[in-house]
Write a protein that binds this ligand. Structure first.
Ligand SMILES: *[C@@H]1O[C@H](CO)[C@@H](O)[C@H](O)[C@H]1NC(C)=O
Ligand SMILES: *[C@@H]1O[C@H](CO)[C@@H](O)[C@H](O)[C@H]1NC(C)=O
Ligand SMILES: *[C@@H]1O[C@H](CO)[C@@H](O)[C@H](O)[C@H]1NC(C)=O
Length: 340
């Protein structure tokens, strides 16, 4: 079965059992124990005791937000929070019917008329380019929220011949962000927030096989590898573009439609311990709107409003600068290939 939905968090539930490498078993086990303590609803509740409620007390009138995958789950919860505070919301979604329905709901609840839908398939490099170029012609953007994600459980190619998880999670995010950087540099307090996942802690960057052509394909592993790449891109962009505040984040394990459909057994087993969508969205909203967030250095990875390590202890997941350069070069080359 092929599933490609707007995913906001993932768990590598199968990999503990199927992994053949000792190191990856070690990483998965350490990570799962950490997840049970921190990524659950009780983990959120413990962390939230230290949140400053006034951090989200902001009037967003006049600020413009692009949110990919905004019609369900954490993306939709985030769009709602921003609309509630008067921000202009640009929802970037694949399915027109679902997007319009979510938009109507958000407008009705927030009484905010500045909510717009843009139909874009984030797995299509050409469509992402076209959207970014169209958008920056006539609109301003203050904050880009890269939330759309995809976990396809079988190796599948897009119409453009790219592996689908990579095309959506990594290349789509790369093209949208880099194409909007000139527009972001023109505004006050520009930010880019990317929804990664704690699952990336189990992966070391593998730049030799970006589209999973070698070995047995494992969708959860591919997803986590893409999430690792997003964290590295965030660090690199932060170093390159000082005028923009970049961050990546982990929403925790939340009860979203995407988790329910792409990981039904995990969802069933964990249901009572999963976070609500609003809990999953909290740090994303905080990074996108609060004055407190931009006091943090640019380029970091956040969980529950705090920057956290991008590596598990002794997990050998650090990449070399050379590999990171290779990743950037490969993405740039692919991106240019599809530029209209
Ligand atoms: C937010 O700011 C706008 C103009 O800057 C103002 O019209 C509006 O009343 C403010 N909203 C709230 C809830 O304070
Ligand atoms: C970009 O704009 C052109 C011209 O207005 C339109 O035909 C096209 O559908 C737009 N593409 C996207 C992805 O928004
Ligand atoms: C941008 O606005 C101009 C003038 O209103 C219009 O001609 C053009 O088609 C718009 N571009 C897009 C991509 O919507």
């Amino acid at each position: 079965e092929t599933i490609c939905s707007l995913v906001s968090l993932q768990l590598l539930e199968a990999s503990v059992g199927t992994s053949v490498l000792k190191m990856s078993m070690y990483r998965n086990a350490v990570w799962f124990v950490k997840g049970l303590r921190e990524y659950t609803k009780s983990g959120y509740e413990a962390a939230a005791k230290h949140f400053a409620p006034a951090d989200l007390d902001v009037n967003l009138t006049g600020r413009s937000f692009i949110i990919t995958g905004a019609n369900s789950g954490i993306g939709k919860a985030t769009a709602q929070e921003i609309a509630n505070r008067g921000g202009t919301v640009h929802m970037v979604c694949r399915n027109k019917g679902r997007a319009e329905a979510a938009k109507d709901e958000i407008m009705e609840r927030s009484k905010n008329q500045n909510v717009h839908v843009h139909i874009v398939d984030m797995s299509s490099a050409r469509q992402v380019w076209e959207f970014a170029q169209n958008f920056s012609q006539n609109n301003t953007v203050h904050v880009l929220i890269n939330n759309a994600g995809c976990m396809v459980n079988q190796r599948e190619l897009t119409e453009e011949g790219l592996e689908k998880n990579f095309a959506t999670n990594t290349l789509g995010t790369y093209i949208l962000t880099t194409a909007l950087i000139p527009a972001l540099k023109k505004v006050e307090d520009p930010r880019v927030v990317t929804v990664s996942s704690g699952g990336m802690l189990t992966q070391r960057l593998n730049v030799e096989d970006l589209q999973f052509e070698k070995g047995t394909f494992d969708g959860t592993m591919a997803y986590a590898q893409n999430k690792r790449q997003q964290v590295i891109l965030t660090e690199r962009w932060a170093a390159q573009h000082k005028e923009i505040h970049f961050s990546s984040m982990h929403p925790g394990w939340a009860d979203t439609p995407a988790v329910q459909s792409s990981m039904p057994s995990f969802h069933a087993k964990m249901q009572s311990r999963l976070r609500t969508e609003a809990m999953g969205a909290d740090t994303l909203v905080w990074l996108a709107v609060s004055p407190a967030a931009i006091k943090q250095p640019s380029g970091l990875f956040f969980q529950d409003r705090k920057s956290v390590s991008t590596h598990l202890p002794m997990a050998s997941t650090r990449s070399t600068p050379q590999d990171e350069e290779k990743l950037l070069a490969a993405l740039e080359e692919l991106a240019l290939k599809f530029k209209p």
